[in-house]
Design a protein around this ligand. Structure first.
Ligand SMILES: [Zn+2]
Length: 449
């Protein structure tokens, strides 16, 4: 039966999406929120138009990149997809994605749905949609004031999935996911990396979990890939990494990323170990869902990074990278990549403390900013910007960096212009979430000037 409220919800949602676009905004939550208010069963009904499968992707870091890669594979195969692409990963943002891909009667069908889901939204979303797989990237400390401690996040998700019969695709190198078969009673598939040339035993990365999920004893590691990801075992109860169903091997991080999963050779233009995990996760999801190896290989090879995920601009003939930083592990990974770059570089960091960034900025003290000091001669300047520019400058100072290179300039535009004016060969623009789109706009304007 034709429902007038549903039509009204869809018209309103679509109009708001168009309006927000026209205003150049990223307003991806409001349309979904308002449409659901007008017609509460909207998301549930639209999700029934998916003829193939729904995939849910959650975890702390890498959700957006993993989803973008998986979406590229699905599209490469010629399937249609609903995907909350802009990283609006709360219920409202997911609803907006469905509205955008729907017709006005709410009847258009799609082959797949790929839902990037904020950790706190997994439970409510599971009340509405039952995905074929839930993929988890990793659990790192993120926005403490919003989620509380990590074990609460782990508990939130594991109890939400318990008894659903949904299959899980998990990271075997993350000790926080190692006991999920018994914790959830669900079928769990594991992906992870073999020993790589980049592993270490003594890196002082911010590690989240050094304790056994079963007995609480401190874990022993044979090696770390980075952060708490690696090969571990508990000397007390013997608990260790789950056996790998999909193994990434022969990893190379020189000039992009290359590794193998069995006889599937993957190459990507993305950079850094954290992106290797995102590729491995997306490929695992695709292989498990029956996508062809050639399709996967091609989609990953041609994929370009999205906004703020190492987005690349040429301004004044020089390379500028825009990088979103939101927690200690992500920040450390960016710093590791940056120190691995042999060029001289201008560094900009905007630290905001709005709700979406996390009000508590104490996480900057858990990062390995000291890494920068190792190649300090390659750094022309450290421009600190955003609402908490002073705190960022203080952090750089305590890392032992030359204070004559540290500049505080709270205004983003002035600070970016000042950074680009330095003589480094490459510029890195790092920023927290609420500074990302403003910084991007400034960079685009400077590029087009
Ligand atoms: Zn144990």
């Amino acid at each position: 039966m034709f429902k007038i409220r549903k039509l009204l919800a869809l018209v309103t949602g679509k109009a708001l999406i168009a309006l927000s676009r026209a205003l150049g905004g990223q307003g991806t939550n409001l349309p979904g929120r308002l449409a659901s208010f007008i017609y509460p069963p909207l998301l549930s009904e639209l999700s029934r138009n998916i003829t193939g499968a729904c995939f849910m992707v959650t975890g702390t870091n890498g959700k957006t990149t993993t989803c973008n890669l998986a979406a590229a594979i699905i599209r490469e195969q010629g399937f249609s997809i609903v995907h909350n692409q802009a990283g609006a990963n709360m219920l409202a943002g997911i609803t907006t994605a469905f509205i955008q891909n729907s017709d006005l009667l709410g009847q258009r069908t799609h082959d797949y749905a790929l839902l990037e889901t904020d950790e706190a939204n997994v439970a409510p979303l599971l009340q509405i949609i039952k995905p074929r797989y839930i993929l988890i990237t990793n659990f790192f400390r993120d926005q403490l004031d919003r989620y509380g401690e990590l074990d609460i996040t782990v508990k939130l998700i594991s109890s939400a999935v318990k008894g659903t019969g949904i299959e899980l695709i998990l990271n075997a190198d993350d000790p926080l996911q190692s006991n999920w078969p018994s914790l959830t009673g669900l079928k769990c598939l594991y992906y992870g990396f073999d020993h790589t040339a980049y592993d270490n035993l003594d890196s002082a990365d911010s590690r989240e979990c050094r304790y056994c999920m079963l007995c609480g004893h401190e874990l022993e590691y044979s090696y770390y890939h980075y952060a708490q990801l690696g090969r571990f075992q508990c000397p007390h109860c013997g608990h260790h990494n789950q056996q790998l169903d999909y193994v990434g091997s022969e990893l190379s991080l020189e000039d992009g990323i290359a590794f193998k999963i069995g006889d599937l050779h993957l190459e990507s233009r993305l950079q850094g170990f954290y992106n290797a995990y995102n590729i491995l996760a997306a490929a695992t999801l695709a292989l498990e869902s029956g996508f062809g190896k050639d399709i996967i290989k091609r989609a990953i090879a041609s994929h370009q990074p999205a906004a703020g995920r190492m987005e690349n601009f040429i301004i004044g003939g020089k390379q500028v990278f825009l990088i979103l930083v939101k927690n200690p592990t992500g920040f450390d990974q960016s710093l590791a990549m940056l120190t691995g770059d042999i060029h001289t570089k201008n560094i900009f960091m905007a630290l905001n403390d709005n709700a979406a960034d996390g009000r508590d900025i104490s996480w900057i003290w858990d990062t390995q900013v000291e890494l920068l000091a190792r190649s300090e001669e390659k750094i022309t300047g450290l421009i600190c910007s955003g609402q908490r520019s002073g705190d960022m400058a203080l952090r750089f100072k305590y890392a032992g960096l030359d204070t004559s290179k540290i500049v505080i300039e709270p205004y983003l535009r002035k600070a970016i212009e000042r950074t680009l004016g330095l003589e480094g060969q490459v510029t890195y623009i790092l920023c927290t979430y609420t500074a990302l789109f403003a910084c991007r706009k400034i960079l685009l304007r400077l590029r087009d000037r």
